[in-house]
Design a protein around this ligand. Sequence first.
Ligand SMILES: *Cc1c(COP(=O)(O)O)cnc(C)c1O
Ligand code: SF4
Length: 341
Amino acid sequence: MIAATSLSNQPQEPARWQQALADAITDPAELLSVLGLDQGSLPGMRAAARDFPLRVPRGFVARMRRGDPFDPLLLQILPTAAELIARADFGTDPVGDLGSRQGAGLLQKYAGRSLLIATGACAVHCRYCFRRHFPYDEETASSHAWQGALDRLSADSAVQEVILSGGDPLSLNDRRLAQLTTALQDIPHIKRLRIHTRQPIVLPERVDAGLLDWLAGVRLQKVIVLHVNHAREIDGQVVKACQDLAGTGATLLNQSVLLAGINDSVEALSDLSEALMAAGVLPYYLHVLDRVSGASHFDVQERVACDLIDQLVARLPGYLVPKLVREVPGMSSKTPVTKSP
Ligand SMILES: *Cc1c(COP(=O)(O)O)cnc(C)c1O
Ligand code: SF4
């Protein structure tokens, strides 16, 4: 029997999430006007968006405060003239991705886990993204290139976990996702599937019956690592999406980036942990910013970051305090950030 949900993904009738994705705001002037903001910053926005375009789903914009140019959700996605300031210590490949390639689409940096760049597409463009300069066109394990990545995963019996990343792997439709996980399940040494995604947050429509059917059917152990930076990103629809994902048997974790002016206060971080917990998601990592060019205005000093964690420890149960880490090229894991003695 063919479930009605699988029919909804046929090309002739895009699913609701695909329509919402296509309907995302990409014009800076429209974003300002929807939020009732002054158009004065438009030239700088347009210049910054030329390099890395604006993209934000309307549902995410609806969670922003109208008339507030410093809204913490807005600042994550708003192209600004500050991005055009070049700094020698901020580069285009800050975490050494290009050096860790194992052929197109597969990154292997750490023992036992391989990261598959399943697609370059994202529902939202985060201005601080460490992959904002990544050459996705060359590096994506697109359908025809998946075979090479799958062959390499089969040949390496040390790989126990495959991380679907990108871009956002849930930009792929359910049929493509199922093709990929069916192939991964056939590799005997792979035990776990991890999915790094921001889509259930910025486009909760994505967590529909078709996606849930696919995920529930995956026999590997499942871990979903979400990406939320501020408590206000989590509304009722996002909580529902998280609950539905957990209902498939997946473990839900979150990673955040510490961002100046967005979540660099103990209140913002503790509200975030509480809101995640209320949605059934545990904080995993708090990343200090990767030094990607165009994002230097988001940087928070390590000393300040450590103080924030100390204050969180004093306020929250241990399981609601994320691990503060930096990604250092060439290291065999993320590097804990601690106060220098
Ligand atoms: C961050 C990352 C991982 C995951 O690391 P964990 O510490 O297991 O979360 C795996 N592979 C690559 C290439 C990464 O950048
Ligand atoms: S969703 Fe993730 S990969 Fe996509 S732009 Fe944002 S931070 Fe980058």
